[in-house]
Write a protein of this length. Structure first.
Lengths: 306, 275, 97
């Protein structure tokens, strides 16, 4: 069989719904794309933990302190699960982390923004995680078996995060005017990143990750689903969404919204977001300061103790 | 329980709760920045356990002092927290918005502090197991079951660092050398512990936990070639350094100013609010 | 650092199910990490933690699903018994009439 024939057969297997495992033969392009996709996801989880972790320390009750710590721990745990997958596809962890710190690999746009108040904690845990749950549910059908399996676990844990985030929001919105204002103000800053979350409305035929079955739904479908689920939930508790053009058009059955600056998203993805360099700088600092620890345990401890 | 004893015991339980809260707080700062991702997840659980233990002790103290646990944790004045000064020291780098982050991440400090504190805490909770106040005895049993795993994790890292390749043994020795006085501050007592012991509320007062701890730590340092500033004499131990005192009376250092500010800033927006 | 595979039994009596892997410097930390990563929410009654090097993987199709028919091992090889029973029932009913 020629390489082209082998690739065609592989593509047909994916179209037929078969799963690919780590040890299977795969076309170079598939291996490259799936590894990069998972790596970006893993990096997003570990970078996402940074804006949130400051708020562990500032949480206004013992219960919230525990809940926020556990939520962020889950995100780091997700990074761990996903880094293992990328390693099993052939890239060592030191290389993965070096590429992240050097800006050679990307992480999701939402984690390039600063957090300013307790309101951000609620909005991120509720709405950013809600947006993630929608795309992650679709990823449970990924053609890459190990990724599909990890996504099931991640989706299960994200469901807890949504409840935790919504609880923070509802409690504050139901509290004093000052508490409600924290949430409203945070929503105003997070609406644009949320609308950019799924990326540009790339037509399905042009989306290569879709073609390989790595992801299973086009970007705009996911955004429409998010709006369909959450606009009402946001408005019905008395919060205002800062987009006057946001409305559901009965005729087309689609949500309409103000135009999104996709070039801005591309810039953010290249590391020019409002907090991108600060975050990467912190990751670099913490990684460098702990280099001696990794060196200490580079061989097995049992060897050292014997 | 008669009111004076209740007040003294509540005050004592605050030292326990504050120790756990402050250590849990500092350890939770390693979330997302620990040396390895798997260790990050594990260490975060340890931190959550400490905060969970703190919460238990605040609830118990709250019963005796007629106060809400969250109020006790987050709304006391800065000078009325009674943790040992060892625990308030930051061991992680600190994120600064401008990008000029504060370095100072020291995994050797994190590991040594937690392990040696846990060896002390094991002695302390053991002394509370037989407390004549039953609600406390029950809570302490649960705490000790979780702490078994903390000690296991701590012992593994203690050995790994002492015997590790490269700078690791020197870094551990340096941290210990700098921190022995702070560690000895763990044995400072809360007011009235003599009466609490006499009443059977405490099995052993905090200062009496020191000698068994010196014994345990010596046993864990000697085989690994780690120096420690005390030696055996006829009837016990002679210390070659002085403990750093004050924490149990509410006197703290610069690390506490920073920590207290951050820990209370959101709660102070609406101190009586529901969060 | 080595990779360890983790298997989990969720409820008593159930099978051990593979749930993923961890990187660890040694077996002691691998065991602790396995609990943290795969049983933080008390999902396990039992865990097995195994160095990946100890796992032997087989996926050869000819080995696992040999090509020559083996219907003698499977239920579908015995559907003819339904027809045989009917024949005998009919024959006995014929005698009785």
């Amino acid at each position: 069989m020629t390489d082209d024939q082998r690739i065609e057969e592989f593509k047909q297997r994916i179209r037929d719904g078969h799963r690919v495992e780590a040890g299977d033969w795969m076309p170079d392009e598939y291996r490259f794309r799936v590894s990069r996709f998972i790596e970006m996801h893993a990096n997003s989880e570990i970078m996402g933990a940074l804006p949130e972790r400051d708020w562990i320390l500032r949480a206004p009750s013992l219960h919230r302190k525990l809940a926020v710590t556990a939520k962020i721990q889950d995100e780091v745990g997700h990074a761990q699960l996903l880094y293992r997958l990328v390693e099993d596809l052939g890239k060592p962890r030191e290389q993965i982390l070096a590429d992240l710190i050097d800006g050679k690999s990307k992480f999701h746009n939402v984690f390039h923004y600063p957090t300013r108040s307790w309101g951000d904690v609620g909005i991120i845990a509720w709405l950013v995680d809600a947006a993630a749950v929608i795309s992650q549910a679709a990823l449970q059908r990924s053609s890459y078996g190990p990724y599909a399996r990890v996504m099931r676990r991640i989706c299960w844990e994200e469901a807890f995060h949504l409840k935790h985030g919504e609880d923070i929001v509802l409690t504050a919105v139901g509290g004093t005017p000052r508490q409600k204002a924290l949430i409203q103000e945070a929503l105003e800053r997070w609406w644009e990143p949320l609308m950019m979350f799924y990326g540009p409305p790339t037509p399905a035929e042009q989306d290569k990750d879709l073609a390989w079955g790595i992801k299973s739904r086009p970007n705009e479908d996911l955004r429409q689903e998010f709006l369909g689920k959450y606009v009402k939930r946001i408005r019905e508790i008395g919060l205002e969404i800062p987009d006057p053009a946001l409305r559901f058009d009965e005729a087309s059955g689609r949500w309409e919204y103000s135009p999104i600056d996709w070039e801005k998203l591309a810039q953010i993805g290249r590391g020019h977001g409002p907090a991108s360099q600060q975050r990467l700088g912190f990751r670099r600092l913490s990684y460098e300061e702990t280099g001696w620890v990794r060196q200490a345990v580079a061989g097995s401890v049992a060897e050292l103790v014997a | 329980m008669e009111p004076e004893l209740a007040a003294a015991f509540g005050r004592y339980l605050l030292t326990v709760a504050d120790d756990e809260l402050v250590l849990g707080y500092r350890d939770s700062e390693w979330t997302a920045v620990a040396p390895m991702v798997e260790e990050d997840v594990a260490f975060s659980s340890l931190a959550q356990d400490e905060i969970g233990h703190a919460r238990l002790f605040y609830m118990l103290a709250g019963e005796l002092l007629d106060a809400d646990p969250d109020h006790l944790a987050l709304l006391r004045p800065k000078g009325e927290y009674y943790h040992a000064r060892l625990l308030e020291v930051r061991a992680t780098p600190r994120y600064v918005e401008s990008g000029e982050h504060l370095g100072g991440g020291d995994w050797a400090l994190a590991v040594a502090r937690r392990y040696l504190y846990d060896l002390f805490d094991d002695l302390r909770t053991e002394a509370l197991l037989g407390s004549s106040w039953k609600p406390l005895a029950g809570a302490v049993q649960k705490v000790r079951r979780e702490e078994t795993y903390h000690l296991r994790h701590g012992a593994t890292w203690w050995t790994a660092l002492a015997r590790g390749r490269g700078e690791s043994p020197a870094r551990l020795a340096a941290v210990l050398d700098a921190r022995w006085p702070d560690l000895l501050g763990l044995f400072e007592e809360a007011p009235g512990e003599d009466a609490l012991q006499a009443a059977g509320l405490l099995g052993r007062r905090t200062s009496l936990l020191r000698d068994p701890w010196l014994e345990r730590v010596a046993a864990r340092c000697e085989p690994l070639g780690l120096p420690f500033p005390w030696r055996r004499v006829d009837d016990g131990w002679e210390l070659m350094v002085d403990p750093v005192l004050g924490g149990r009376q509410g006197r703290h250092g610069a690390g506490w100013d920073e920590l207290y500010e951050e820990m209370t800033m959101v709660r102070r927006l609406e101190p009586e609010g529901v969060w | 650092m080595e990779v360890y595979e983790v298997f989990r039994q969720e409820k008593e009596g159930e099978a051990m199910v593979h749930v993923g892997s961890v990187d660890a410097p040694d077996a002691e930390l691998a065991v602790q990490y396995a609990r943290e990563v795969y049983s933080r929410r008390s999902e396990a009654t039992r865990l097995w933690v195994v160095p990946r090097a100890a796992v032997m993987e087989l996926d050869d199709a000819d080995f696992l699903r040999p090509p020559i028919e083996r219907t003698y091992r499977m239920g579908e090889g015995y559907r003819v018994t339904i027809a045989k029973r009917r024949q005998l029932q009919a024959r006995e009913a014929g005698h009785g009439a």
